[in-house]
Design a binder for this molecule. Structure first.
Ligand SMILES: [Mg+2]
Length: 174
């Protein structure tokens, strides 16, 4: 059960993810979370640094889809200026949105990586769909109401993982 919450990999931030390593693994598309993964949950638009990062992914030939449990207005306002496909109200950790994104990108499950800051939505959802999951530390320590609730459960799971020696990443994801 705990293994379902275990990411395939960990990076301190999206900018620390080794993209060339993903390409070597045969990854062709990235499904990424939005809030506290790409930018702060209360920041409406992409930062210049983030825009550069997406540009770099595109140059390397990677497809990107944003999937978020947040609403249409939030996810659309962020994604549309970047011309990135997105799915809102994704209901992660349900796997439906992940499957939809993969089908829309026209790639295989084994060619898809998931990036997110939450174990119980992004990592659990990605793992349930059988995808390569990458946990990042949240970009801010403040959270919206539901995320605060999720984090409490997450801390409980992390405590269990720690006891079993499952945590292989820096112990700062809290
Ligand atoms: Mg998030």
């Amino acid at each position: 059960m705990l293994n379902y919450f275990l990411p395939s990999d960990y990076a301190k931030s999206i900018y620390d993810i080794n993209i060339d390593k993903l390409l070597e693994k045969g990854i062709k598309g990235i499904i990424t979370d939005l809030d506290n993964t790409l930018i702060e949950w209360d920041r409406p638009e992409a930062t210049p640094e983030l825009i550069e990062w997406f540009k770099m992914l595109e140059e390397k030939g990677l497809l990107v889809t944003i999937i978020s449990n947040n609403n249409q207005e939030r996810v659309g306002t962020f994604s549309k200026p970047l011309k990135l496909p997105f799915i809102y109200d994704a209901k992660k950790p349900m796997t439906k949105a992940f499957k939809q994104a993969i089908s829309d990108m026209g790639i295989a499950y084994s060619e898809t990586a998931v990036i997110g800051d939450q174990l119980i939505t992004d990592v659990l959802g990605g793992n349930r769909a059988g995808l390569h999951t990458i946990l990042v530390s949240p970009v801010t320590t403040s959270d919206g109401f539901w995320t605060k609730f999720n984090r409490r459960i997450e801390r409980f799971i992390l405590g269990k993982m720690r006891k079993r020696g499952l945590i292989f990443w820096e112990d700062k994801h809290e």
